[in-house]
Design a protein around this ligand. Structure first.
Ligand SMILES: [Zn+2]
Length: 365
């Protein structure tokens, strides 16, 4: 762990959780509710983007900016209406999780789409010279969202390991070398976001799910990312479905406040991985499935939250969907969030009343 963020281990309440409790929160217990990031775009936004890209006269740059601001305002409001404690804009300004960053990082070039699976193409970027930090990537997105939101805003950032492994690299010796260079740039980006007021940052590393043996590379990236960051910045690591047994308990040594996992989709089969009673960061538990359009009833989500309470105490449990919700129909995504928040508040009330005894639920030593 870096010097600035030492002393966060063990059973201490993690720095930065209580600051996200809304003033009007109804219960003593507080299961922080949030999203992973992406959310379905309004159909009209896709339409305006396509017309803007096809013809700059039909939709001008100013009109496109207005449309994207409107979409961000709309989805941030939708998150707040669902009752989430920490919101974001649903990544309205981003089309794809690698390309968005590669277009803003010096040293990247696009050489045309490559076939990834079936008939799907991916405009895989190439690193053609040393990567450089030339301009803020997310400052505008954060400032706009924070400006329209009543609730605190989380900033998801594609992690350096994923950016590196999902790019062609013509410069660095290996993926690790490129990932470390990108981690240093992310550290610079986060410093700017923190100066602008951001206090909740999420690093997305889906690539770690497919190559868990690279956990040490991701650990070193995270050390670089947090170097010099103030203690009151909450850092979350999100890793989509994979073999968590390969990366836990190694993640206990990562300098993170929260580890966010996708487990609802696998019916909590892998929950045992975390049952040693020794999970160091807070656990961000996926409690609604991001891949199925069936809206889970509140009672089912409450049961999912109680699954989380078998491995961590309530003060270490964050409640979120499994992953970004962008592939779902928008009304389904909203209904899932609304039910998720309702379920979290119900479980909090049961914890307050003693109906749920968290010590009895926990299976670990
Ligand atoms: Zn995910």
């Amino acid at each position: 762990m870096s010097a600035d963020r030492d002393g966060r281990g063990g059973d201490e309440t993690r720095v930065g959780r209580e600051r996200f409790r809304p003033a009007d929160h109804p219960n003593d217990h507080f299961l922080l509710t949030t999203v992973v990031g992406s959310y379905p775009k309004p159909a009209w936004l896709t339409d305006v983007r396509e017309r803007h890209e096809a013809d700059g006269d039909a939709v001008t740059d100013d009109e496109w900016t207005e449309a994207i601001d409107d979409a961000s305002r709309l989805i941030t409001g939708e998150h707040e209406r669902a009752g989430l404690d920490v919101v974001c804009d649903g990544e309205m300004r981003r089309e794809e999780m690698v390309e968005f960053f590669a277009r803003r990082i010096g040293g990247y070039e696009f050489k045309g789409p490559v076939k990834v699976w079936g008939h799907n193409y991916f405009d895989k970027p190439s690193v053609v010279s040393e990567v450089t930090y030339d301009e803020p990537w997310l400052r505008e997105e954060y400032e706009f969202t924070a400006g329209v939101a009543e609730r605190p805003v989380k900033v998801p950032i594609t992690g350096p390991y994923t950016l590196a492994t999902w790019s062609f690299d013509e410069v660095y010796d290996d993926d690790a070398g490129l990932a470390y260079a990108l981690a240093d740039l992310i550290n610079e980006e986060i410093s700017g976001l923190v100066a602008a007021g951001a206090r909740y940052i999420q690093i997305d590393e889906p690539a770690l799910a497919t190559t868990p043996e690279d956990h040490a590379v991701v650990g070193e990236c995270l050390e670089r990312i947090v170097a010099g960051l103030p203690d009151d910045v909450r850092l979350c690591l999100h890793v989509c479905y994979g073999d968590y047994g390969e990366i836990y308990p190694k993640i206990n040594d990562y300098p993170i406040d929260e580890f966010d996992v996708e487990l609802a989709n696998g019916d909590y089969d892998q929950l045992d991985v975390f049952a040693d009673g020794d999970v160091d960061p807070d656990l961000g538990l996926g409690v609604v499935d991001a891949h199925t359009p069936t809206v889970e009833p509140v009672a089912e989500i409450e049961a999912n939250i109680r699954e989380g309470l078998t491995v961590v105490p309530p003060e270490k449990l964050t409640v979120s969907p499994d992953c970004g919700l962008k592939i779902l129909p928008r009304e389904v995504a909203y209904a899932k969030l609304e039910n998720m928040v309702r379920a979290a508040r119900n479980v909090e009330a049961d914890l307050d009343s003693g109906e749920i005894d968290p010590d009895a639920l926990r299976t670990g030593p």
